[in-house]
Write a protein that binds this ligand. Sequence first.
Ligand SMILES: C[S@@+](CC[C@H](N)C(=O)[O-])C[C@H]1O[C@@H](n2cnc3c(N)ncnc32)[C@H](O)[C@@H]1O
Length: 217
Amino acid sequence: MQSSVQRHLQRLWHGSDERWKFFRQWLRHPRATAAISPSGPHLVRSMIAEMPADARRVIELGPGTGVMTRAILARGVKPDDLLLVELNPEMCQYMHNAFPTLRVCCADARELVSKCLDSGFSDGGAADVVLSSLGLLSMPRDLQTGILKAAFDSLGPDGCFIQFTYGPACPVPREVLDELGLHATRGATVLRNVPPATVFVFRRNRSRAIVPRSTRC
Ligand SMILES: C[S@@+](CC[C@H](N)C(=O)[O-])C[C@H]1O[C@@H](n2cnc3c(N)ncnc32)[C@H](O)[C@@H]1O
C-alpha cells in the first residue's frame, strides 16, 4: 500500500505544474534542457528589454514551457509573426497544447532555415530577432556555429540574436564570432535568477561576413 508521501510525490511527478514538467525534462535530458527550472521573471524581462523597439517578427529558440513566449506575446508580437523551434518532443507537445495558435516546430535549431520555409513563417519576410534560451555555453563549437549560422541566415540585415548565459562571460568564443563575422554586446546581469545569468546580444559586423540568405545572389 502506498504511503501518503508516495502518493503526493506521484501526483507531483505526473502533475501538470510547469516547473515539474521542466524538472522532469531536465532529469531525462540534462544537457539539452540546460536548466533545472524555467527562467525567472527578472531574466525574462531583461531578455525582452533587448528587443529593438521596432522588432515585429521573432523566432524563439528553445521555448521549453513558454515563459519567454508569453513575454514575447505580451510585448505585442502577433502570433503570426512568431516561430518557435524546440528540440524536445514533450516540450513541443506542451507548447502545442498551451499555445494552439502559434507555429511550433519540433526541430533542431540548426534546421531553422528550412523550418522558416516549411512553416510559412518566411512568407512574411525575414526575422527581426532570434531570442534564444539554448544552452550555448555547454555546446561543442561546431554546434554553436551551426546554430548561429542558421539564425543569421533567417534574420534580416539588421537583425539581432538575443541570448542569455549562466555566468558573466560571453558564451560564444572569439574565434566563432570572427568566423561568422559577428560581435557581441553585453546586456544586463540578472542576479535574481537561479542561477544568475547575463544577457548578450549578437549582431553582424559592418562587413557582414554572414550575408543574409534573402540578399544573396
Ligand atoms: C534552458 S531551457 C530554456 C527554456 C525556456 N525558454 C526558459 O527560458 O525557461 C533550453 C531549451 O532549449 C531546448 N533545446 C536545446 N537544444 C536545442 C536545439 N538544438 N534546438 C532547439 N531547441 C533546443 C531544450 O529542449 C530546452 O527546452
